[in-house]
Write a protein that binds this ligand. Sequence first.
Ligand code: ADP
Length: 187
Amino acid sequence: MRLVLLGAPGGGKGTQAAQLKDELNVPHISTGDLLRGAVQAGTPLGLKAKAVMEAGDLVSDDLVLGILEDRLAEDDASNGFILDGFPRNLVQCEMLDGLLTRIEQPIDVAVNIVVPEEVIVERIASRAQQEGRADDNEETVRNRLKVYREQTAPVVDYYGERDLVHTVDGLGTIDEVFDRIMGALKG
Ligand code: ADP
């Protein structure tokens, strides 16, 4: 299965993907994780991405597409994948379609995890204390939510026009949300 996870930052995409990958037996591919890995490793791409990520802005489409294309070329992605954090704007939607058409692996389904913004702000604040991610400070979070509203929210309609989107309530326990997602995928 080739699945795209949609939803605001802090909405639980990564948490759900960690369980979904075992259930569906496909890798979890997070562009945020790939970019953080590049920053950590100090690669040229990581050096370019670091300040942009710390400001909560989007890294350039070409850089992220490149890192994603490399990841999708790995063996474990040949039977499907869970995409988390990509596409994040409409240009990336078109780029992804082009890439997936080329490798003959079109998206099967998109799951949109919906969580109210005030809950997101709380969740990220508690994650900040636990994990200390550089972009989890208050000012950056505010910008990430703005970027989400302005650039990423339209991605839901992009897949919606093709009838690929299942909308799932992201409130409740991790298991409750997981069950809702599995129910939507089976239904
Ligand atoms: P979150 O969804 O919690 O904001 P991510 O781990 O998905 O966190 O992304 C962290 C940061 O990495 C983003 O704020 C952005 O700077 C960068 N990033 C991740 N994915 C993309 C993407 N598809 N395009 C551009 N930038 C991205």
